[in-house]
Design a protein around this ligand. Structure first.
Ligand SMILES: Nc1ncnc2c1ncn2[C@@H]1O[C@H](COP(=O)(O)OP(=O)(O)O)[C@@H](O)[C@H]1O
Ligand SMILES: [Mg+2]
Length: 334
């Protein structure tokens, strides 16, 4: 998957992707034996107050209408519609190459759709990732993008800088306004690290964190921009069952902050037990949209998405197993 390198919204380019491996190429996750827990309720409550994101609107926040993306002769997305409401968690599933990441890229200004529109609270989405972040849409990447040689706290502060408002004179002179704003940013970073369960790693370099913790750090950095919408591209890829469950709890807590979430994932059990609504994308087209129960029971999903004998897959979906083993479903990384 080739996404345009960019740093404007506080994410490093592909060149600095940490990708879950330490400098010597071994996965740090292999050695990690850590209890991961859901965010403490008092931290969630405090953060919700700091961020005050929810507005109580019943209008959809993020809308894509007829989004189509053509790469030369390849139509990666055809006429994709999505309406995300406040407080909603939407799941996006589909086989490898279905266009899921491309859709996120269209939603966040990395790609300009060939046709169709994306609006945020009724206004056209800016065609510039930095301005998209400012407008309140944050994301994480399928291939983790952190600054590997910066500490966990510093990575979160990079996200926080989008919201820091001190003027050039004040920051030049390190005046009181600058110092107050720096202190607030540090305090917020600390809360966000507690929220994602990484307090113990605050001074650790990002590249030394176990793989699953790097994914959570990326979420903390995204949350530091005070988003009203968070897009998560395969947040549990490479995680064990316990980390996956902790991530599910984390996403519920993110929703409790007032953030609306769209999440791409392969693990159907994860998606069906997390999301209010699930969209199935196949070859760039929305095949089915509905509640987890509706999607789980839809024969088109069983056939087109999973590509295995229907009885077999159907049984797997009913028991909530991961779809990865079946037919056309993909591996965990690009
Ligand atoms: N920048 C690009 N240029 C050309 N083709 C692309 C580009 N980005 C994605 N694609 C193609 O679009 C299709 C969908 O890819 P992707 O969105 O990564 O799928 P998914 O995330 O569902 O696995 C693939 O065939 C992929 O090769
Ligand atoms: Mg993808």
């Amino acid at each position: 998957m080739s996404e345009n390198p960019q740093t404007a919204d506080g994410t490093p380019t592909d060149g600095t992707t940490t990708d879950g491996t330490t400098t010597d190429g071994t996965s740090a996750a292999a050695e990690a034996v850590v209890e991961v827990e859901a965010p403490p309720e008092e931290v969630t409550a405090e953060l919700a107050e700091d961020m005050h994101i929810a507005t109580g609107t019943r209008e959809p926040i993020l809308v894509s209408s007829g989004v189509t993306m053509q790469f030369g002769g390849l139509r990666a997305l055809s006429d994709v519609n999505l309406s995300l409401h406040e407080g909603e968690i939407i799941g996006l599933i589909g086989p490898n190459g279905a266009g899921k990441t491309t859709f996120f890229n269209c939603l966040t200004g990395l790609y300009t759709p060939t046709s169709g529109q994306v609006t945020l609270r009724g206004r056209a989405m800016p065609q510039d990732p930095a301005r998209v972040t400012e407008a309140g849409v944050a994301r994480t990447f399928q291939n983790i993008r952190l600054f590997p040689s910066m500490t966990a706290t510093e990575n979160v502060l990079v996200g926080r800088h989008v919201r820091m408002k001190q003027g050039p004179i004040s920051s030049l002179l390190h005046g009181p306004r600058f110092r107050r704003s720096e202190a607030e940013a540090a305090e917020r970073a600390e809360k966000l690290l507690a929220f994602v369960g990484l307090t113990r790693f605050s001074d650790e370099l990002a590249r030394n964190l176990p793989y699953g913790d790097q994914r959570r750090l990326e979420i903390a950095r995204a949350l530091a921009t005070d988003p009203s919408v968070l897009l998560l591209d395969e947040p549990t890829a490479g995680m064990n069952a316990q980390e996956t469950e902790a991530t599910r709890q984390l996403i519920f807590a993110i929703r409790d902050l007032g953030v609306s979430v769209v999440v791409i994932e392969h693990d159907t059990k994860f998606i069906f037990t997390l999301c209010d609504r699930v969209l199935v994308l196949v070859q760039g087209e929305l095949l089915v949209e509905g509640s987890p129960d509706e999607v789980r029971g839809d024969p088109r999903v069983v056939e087109a998405y999973l590509g295995a004998p229907p009885e077999e897959v159907s049984a797997q979906l009913q028991t909530g197993g991961a779809a990865d083993g079946a037919g056309t479903a993909e591996g965990k990384s690009e």
